[in-house]
Ligand binder design. Structure first.
Ligand code: F0G
Length: 458
C-alpha cells in the first residue's frame, strides 16, 4: 500500500516561530503554567484544538469574496441553509456564531432547575450551558468507552439501558431532550455507531423525548461508520450523514470543526414552535435569522466547507493521519486512548505518570513538559478541566480519566510536523519519572481551565 498523502497542495503558507528552551521556560512561567495563557506566536505546533483552526480551501476563500452582506435575506444564507438542510433533513436552520451560542439558545429555552440532559459525554461548554440554566448534565457513556486501553469500534456509544433506567427514575417530564455527541470529544474523539443512534432514538421516542445531535464532528463520525459498521461500506458519506440526522429532532453544530471554517455554527430543528422561540432569542443576542452571529461571507465558507468535509479522500487522509500519530506513540509504549479517535490523540496521563496523583494534575504536567521541550501546545482534559470540589469535605473529586489531548487542526500540518510531535512526546516519555505535579494558585468559578494559574510542586 502506498503512503496516504495530503489530498491538497499548498498555495499559501504561514510561517511558524521557533523559540529556544530558555525563552519557553520564561513564557510558560509568565503564563502561570497554563498553555491557554501563552501567546500563540510563542507556540511552534499548536494542538490545543481542532476548533476554528482549519485551513480553508481556495474555493472557501473565493466564497469569502463572494459573500452577500445583506442584512436580511442574504444569498449566502440561502446557500448555507440549503446545504445544512441537505445534510440534516431538518426544516429550520438557525445560524449562530459558534456551537456554544446554539447551545445557549436551546438550553435557555429547554433548561432550568429540575431538568436533566443525558448525553454520551457532554462537552464542557454544553455542560456549562446546561448548568448555567440551573439544569443538570448527565453522562451515560457505555462501559467500554470508560477504559482507555480497550479497543472497540464505537467507544462513543451511549449506554442505552442506563438511559432507559435514568428516564424511568427521573421522570420523562424532567428530561426535555437527550443528546448524543458525534464524535464523543470528551470521551476520546470516539465515534458513535448508527446502531446506537437508532437505539437511543427508540428509547427516547418511547417516552416522547426528542433526540438532539451535538454534530460538531458529524463527517468524521460518518466515516468511522462507513469503515467499521456492517452495511455501510458502499454508502456515500452524505447518505450516512443523512441517516444519522434522520434519527434526530434537532442538532447543535460548531462549524469550527467539520465545516472547515474559522468561525460559525448553527442550530437545526424540526419543530416549528421551538424554532420560533429560538429565533426570538437569536434576534436578541446573535442577530437577524438570516445571518445569526455571522457575516454573509462566513456563511458562504461554511456552505462550501460542509461540501468539502464529506469528500472521502479528505476523510480517509484525516482519519488516517490522526491514527498515524497514535500508532507512533503506541509503538513507543505511550499509553493513549485506543483506538485513536477522529480529531485527536488522547494520552492517558494516569498511566503515563503513575507517580503523580490526580490532585497534582498529571495531565497538566505533560502539557507543560511538551511545551518546554518542543514548543508543542496541547490541552489537559482531566482534573483541571472537570475536577469538582466536594461541597462538604472540600476535597477534589476527579473525573474517571486524566487525559491530555493532542487535537489535530484540519488540513494545517503535514506529516513531518506530526513526526516532530511524536518525537517530542517519545522523548518526554523516556524521562517521565522526572516530571513533577502541579497545584492551582488561581481559579475562576466556572470553566476554570481557561484561566487557572499553577505552580510546580517540588
Ligand atoms: N460540542 C463539542 C463536542 C465540542 O467539541 C465543542 C467545542 C462545542 C460543542 C462548542 O463549540 O467552541 O464552537 O462554541 N470544542 C472545542 C474543542 C472548543 O477544543 O474541542 P464552540
Amino acid at each position: 500500500m502506498k503512503t496516504i498523502i495530503e489530498p491538497f497542495r499548498i498555495k499559501s503558507v504561514e510561517p511558524i516561530r521557533f523559540t529556544t528552551r530558555e525563552e519557553r521556560e520564561k513564557i510558560l512561567k509568565d503564563a502561570g503554567f497554563n498553555p491557554f495563557l501563552i501567546h500563540a506566536d510563542d507556540v511552534l505546533i499548536d494542538l490545543l484544538t481542532d476548533s476554528g483552526t482549519s485551513a480553508m480551501s481556495s474555493k472557501q476563500w473565493s466564497g469569502i469574496m463572494d459573500g452577500d452582506e445583506s442584512y436580511a435575506g442574504s444569498r449566502s444564507f440561502y446557500r448555507f441553509e440549503e446545504m445544512v438542510k441537505k445534510i440534516t433533513g431538518m426544516e429550520f436552520i438557525i445560524p449562530t456564531h459558534q456551537g456554544r451560542a446554539a447551545e445557549r439558545i436551546i438550553f435557555s429555552i429547554a433548561g432550568g432547575p429540575g431538568k436533566y440532559f443525558p448525553n454520551n459525554t457532554h462537552f464542557d461548554t454544553t455542560r456549562a450551558n446546561i448548568e448555567f440554566s440551573g439544569a443538570e448534565a448527565v453522562d451515560l457513556l457505555n462501559e467500554t468507552g470508560k477504559h482507555p486501553e480497550i479497543r472497540a469500534d464505537f467507544k462513543g456509544d451511549m449506554n442505552v439501558e442506563a438511559l432507559d433506567k435514568f428516564i424511568q427514575e427521573t421522570g420523562k417530564e424532567n428530561i426535555p431532550l437527550v443528546m448524543l455527541t458525534v464524535t464523543n470529544n470528551s470521551g476520546g474523539g470516539q465515534p458513535v455507531s448508527m446502531k446506537n443512534i437508532r437505539e437511543v432514538k427508540e428509547v427516547a421516542s418511547k417516552y416522547g423525548i426528542p433526540l438532539f445531535l451535538d454534530a460538531c464532528r458529524f463527517a468524521e463520525n460518518a466515516y468511522f461508520i462507513k469503515i467499521r459498521e456492517e452495511g455501510y461500506k458502499d454508502k456515500s458519506i452524505l447518505e450516512i450523514c443523512q441517516e444519522m440526522f434522520s434519527y434526530a429532532d434537532g442538532a447543535t453544530m460548531s462549524a469550527k470543526k467539520d465545516a472547515l471554517v474559522n468561525i460559525g455554527g448553527f442550530l437545526a430543528l424540526r419543530n416549528s414552535d421551538l424554532a420560533m422561540s429560538c429565533r426570538n432569542l437569536l434576534i436578541v443576542t446573535e442577530g437577524f435569522p438570516t445571518y445569526g452571529g455571522l457575516a454573509g461571507r462566513d456563511l458562504e465558507a461554511v456552505a462550501q466547507g460542509l461540501e468539502e468535509v464529506m469528500d472521502e479522500n479528505y476523510l480517509h487522509y484525516r482519519i488516517r493521519s490522526t491514527e498515524y500519530l497514535g500508532e507512533k506513540m503506541l509503538s513507543a509504549g505511550i499509553p493513549i486512548i485506543e483506538p485513536p479517535g477522529g480529531h485527536a490523540i488522547y494520552i492517558d496521563a494516569k498511566r503515563f505518570l503513575p507517580h503523580i496523583p490526580p490532585h497534582q494534575f498529571p495531565g497538566q504536567s505533560i502539557v507543560c513538559e511538551i511545551y518546554l521541550d518542543g514548543g508543542v501546545r496541547a490541552v489537559e482534559i482531566g482534573s483541571v478541566m472537570f475536577g469538582k470540589y466536594d461541597k462538604v469535605t472540600g476535597k477534589l473529586k476527579s473525573p474517571a480519566m486524566e487525559l491530555v489531548r493532542l487535537a489535530i487542526p484540519r488540513r494545517v500540518y503535514t506529516q513531518s510536523h506530526i513526526d516532530y510531535v511524536a518525537e517530542v512526546l517519545i522523548e518526554a516519555y523516556e524521562y517521565k519519572e522526572k516530571l513533577k505535579g502541579y497545584e492551582i494558585t488561581y481559579e475562576a468559578p466556572m470553566l476554570r481551565h481557561f484561566t487557572a494559574r499553577f505552580k510546580q510542586i517540588n
